[in-house]
Ligand binder design. Structure first.
Ligand code: FAD
Ligand code: PYC
Length: 416
């Protein structure tokens, strides 16, 4: 593991940030690897790291078409939590949250995990009852979750407007205190540096353009930097899962949509938790820079454009004004979108496929950042052992044939 002494940091600063050691190498692609991971977002990098660390498989390449971490990993709003309804999801997301809790120490990189609490608001009696049921289910799985009434919600987030004269008054909330945020790009960089330390080749600017097969066995990938062989290929390409699966001859029940977010101008600390409302549809937290980080649901149309449309922005900002009139004179600074791959049950696919040696991790929709370490951990197991770990067995492709769906539309918190 690389060590960075206080002296080298000071001398780095003194030399105008020159002569810093590379956080990860820039290797040329080799002709062959034991495992190729396509996609250098957080999930792909985590998979490579756990392949090396947990399974001793180090002849691994991560192939990324651009620089690492600039897909949805670098575009998301960084919320982490594990308050999911169904046992299968609860166990998977909880594994991930636990890995997040030890991540900075494990990868020796400050991933800025901040467990500041996530509130999910209830605005109707039906909302409240649904939320109570969800909290009970979550607690049965040993995961922290509680119900707050309107006054308790206000005490937790004092700037929240709980006036009964609102169009959708706040009647209460569920709270996961261990939920919060983590620094998205630090998660990617931390996994990248730690994987590189273990011998993984991270190859940027290397787009995969084809999947090679010999009958029903995968043999490698075609890339913009030539053919690379491997008996095992895992794709982790949020936004393009069906495109890459199509290269291997597979059709997936996935649709792709824009999901946008925006940030306000920076202001002094004013909100120290995460607030989400599925009813009026907006969520907000405050970054360490002071910007409010704001988002809502997906844009309804399919597409790969990373932009999003104006009606969604108008809708989320009017919802924000209702919940937080205090923000009414803030200016918005930046807006962007990512492409999210959504499955019919709002749950991911982490699976072997009918093509031997070809594995899929995708379909996380609007909610995969929180799963980054857990997803990498179970996907590494699935690839190394050629069978799912019990934590991801329910998320196999065959559920779309058997009907054993894991319907998490309600827990997604951001509609998709
Ligand atoms: P990515 O980071 O997108 O990585 C995939 C990589 O594959 C990309 O870098 C891409 O360049 C690469 N790639 C694609 N095609 C190829 C190819 N042919 N060859 C080589 N490389 C290729 N989730 C949460 O849990 N909490 C949130 O608060 C949250 N907020 C979100 C807000 C927004 C606006 C968006 C868009 C998403 C949000 N999400 C959130 C979802 C989350 O961002 C994703 O589920 C997660 O980051 C996916 O990570 P990944 O590593 O799979 O994908
Ligand atoms: O899944 O918690 C989530 C989320 C928040 C914003 C986008 N996704």
């Amino acid at each position: 593991m690389k060590k960075y002494s206080f002296l080298s940091l000071v001398s780095g600063a003194a030399t105008g940030h020159k002569d810093w050691p590379r956080a990860w190498r820039k290797p040329e692609p080799k002709k062959a690897y034991d495992v190729i991971i396509v996609g250098g977002g957080g999930h792909g990098l985590a998979t490579a790291y756990y392949l090396a660390k947990e399974h001793g498989i180090t002849r691994v390449a991560v192939l990324e078409k651009g620089p690492i971490g600039l897909g949805n990993t670098g575009r998301n709003t960084t919320i982490i939590r594990s308050n999911y309804l169904w046992d299968e999801s609860a166990h998977l997301y909880e594994k991930s949250l636990k890995l997040f809790e030890g991540l900075s120490r494990n990868v020796n990189f400050n991933t800025m995990v901040s467990q500041r609490g996530v509130l999910n608001l209830a605005h109707t009696l039906h909302d409240l009852r649904e939320l109570q049921r969800r909290v009970n289910a979550i607690r049965f799985n040993g995961i922290d979750s509680e119900v707050l009434d309107a006054q308790q919600t206000k005490a937790f987030c004092p700037i929240l407007n709980i006036s009964p004269s609102c169009r959708y008054p706040v009647l209460g909330a569920s709270l996961q205190r261990r939920g919060g945020v983590a620094r998205h790009d630090a998660v990617a960089w931390g996994f990248a540096r730690a994987a590189d330390d273990l011998g993984v080749d991270i190859i940027e600017n290397c787009e995969v353009t084809g999947i090679r097969r010999d009958g029903d066995q995968v043999t490698g990938v075609e890339t913009t930097r030539g053919l690379i062989q491997a008996p095992k290929v895992g794709i982790v390409v949020a936004g393009h899962t069906s495109v890459l699966a199509g290269m291997a001859g597979l059709r997936l029940p996935i649709t792709s949509h824009p999901l946008q977010a925006l940030v306000s101008e920076p202001i002094k600390p004013v909100i120290d938790c995460v607030v989400m409302s599925n009813q009026v549809h907006v969520y907000v937290s405050q970054s360490d820079k002071g910007e409010l980080v704001i988002g809502a649901g997906i844009d309804a149309y399919n597409g790969y454009g990373q932009r999003g449309s104006l009606p969604t922005i108008e809708h989320q900002l009017s919802a924000l004004m209702e919940l937080f009139p205090i923000f009414s004179r803030l200016r918005m600074l930046r807006q962007w979108a990512g492409t999210v791959d959504t499955c019919p049950d709002a749950s991911p696919i982490i699976s072997r496929t009918p093509v031997r040696g070809f594995y899929i991790n995708g379909g996380w929709g609007t909610g995969g950042f929180k799963a980054t370490p857990g997803s990498g951990w179970v996907f590494a197991h699935t690839i190394a052992q050629d069978r799912p770990h019990p934590l991801n067995a329910a998320f196999s492709l065959d559920r779309f044939a058997t009907g054993a769906l894991v319907d998490e539309h309600g827990a997604a918190a951001v509609a998709h």
